[in-house]
Design a protein around this ligand. Structure first.
Ligand code: SAM
Ligand code: SF4
Length: 328
């Protein structure tokens, strides 16, 4: 059985949010004071999470499982969840999106558990800019985490960066140079309207074209073909071998090729990052639903996936759940 929607797209990439909590407060994601976290009883237990992942992988055609959050490293049982996922008969590819805090201590255990690769979020290598964006003085922890991931053989180590006008956009070429020097693959992500404070504006967003122009002042960029359903458009830097990715979620949406589905930490299926409706798997699971019944609900949840996110539509409404509670 496939997770197919009415527009013929098949979801094979599952993003699992392990917690909505986080130890940073990135401006584009969370307010300074944090958010009301999910109550413990609403959060899926490890057994519940493992069961839903198994249904996705073994019954519904999921091939890639990415652990995210909030901050996935805050879930202490992460290595055991990774190991359980990797041990499934179909052996899915596993990845994690993390801010890297504490990864220094867990990278090896995660690699041994079967984690294939990581995306670490880093918008700047300047400590003052880092503190301004994340509201925490923790740059050194992220850099240590990145080095530990590389050391543990989690490859490729990708870096996700969001540019904010007047704050770090001028650092884009330096960040690329730094990533290349350290063997990390950098991707810039356009800022999306997913912050809890609803502070996003189209005008303030640094567009993919602007990012390319900024990088183009210092590097020769050549577009590469063959992106498939990957969100990043890739460019060869100075004739290679290094590349840089640009994820133009807002200005050049790739919804037509989307193969993703999200499971929130409280057991809701979101068929799109921008979905305004979610489908509850936790309640039926706790009421005794069988694997087959849960799979049927999941299939039904995917069918209604909208053709696009509609950010540019005047009637666009931001999701009630912020990015940190969906799983980016
Ligand atoms: N805490 C982890 C991290 O920061 O990598 C995982 C969760 S975070 C929500 C996942 C990704 O979403 C990060 O790379 C982050 O930079 C990105 N992100 C968060 N808010 C965003 C926004 N409003 N627009 C674009 N990307 C955003
Ligand atoms: Fe936390 Fe990631 Fe959101 Fe930053 S982007 S506040 S690290 S969840």
């Amino acid at each position: 059985m496939d997770l197919i929607d009415r527009h013929g797209r098949v979801a094979t990439d599952l993003r699992v949010s392990l917690t909505d909590r986080c130890n940073l407060r990135c401006q584009y994601c969370m307010p300074a004071e944090g958010l009301d976290w999910l109550p413990t009883e609403a959060t899926l237990t490890d057994d519940e999470l493992n069961r839903l992942i198994a249904i996705g992988v073994e019954t519904l055609g999921i091939r890639d499982v990415r652990f995210t959050g909030g901050e996935p490293l805050l879930r202490r049982s992460l290595p055991s969840i990774v190991a359980t996922t990797k041990a499934l008969p179909s052996g899915p590819r596993t990845a994690m999106t993390s801010n890297g805090l504490g990864l220094k201590h867990t990278a090896r255990a995660l690699a041994e558990a079967g984690l294939d690769r990581v995306n670490i979020s880093l918008d700047t290598t300047d400590p003052a800019t880092f503190e301004k964006i994340t509201r925490r003085d923790r740059l050194h922890d992220v850099l240590d985490g990145l080095a530990a991931a590389h050391e543990a053989g989690l490859r490729p180590v990708k870096v996700n960066a969001v540019l904010l006008r007047g704050i770090n956009e001028h650092e884009a070429p330096d960040l690329l140079r730094w990533c290349i020097a350290h063997g990390y693959e950098l991707r810039f992500i356009e800022q999306m309207p997913l912050d809890a404070q609803h502070g996003w504006s189209r005008e303030a967003m640094v567009t993919a074209d602007e990012t390319l122009a900024l990088l183009g002042e210092q590097f020769r960029l050549t577009g590469l073909d063959g992106r498939g359903s990957a969100p990043a458009e890739k460019f060869l830097v100075d004739d290679g071998p290094h590349t840089v990715g640009i994820i133009a979620s807002v200005t050049k949406p790739f919804c037509g090729d989307c193969n993703r589905v999200r499971l929130t930490a409280d057991g809701q299926i979101m068929n799109c990052l921008f979905a305004r409706e979610e489908s509850d798997l936790r309640t039926p699971m706790r009421a005794g639903a069988s694997d087959a019944e849960i799979a049927d609900r999941w299939i039904a949840a995917m069918a209604t996936k909208l053709p696009g996110h509609g950010i540019d539509d005047p009637t666009f409404l931001q999701s009630d759940r912020p990015m940190s509670a969906i799983g980016g």
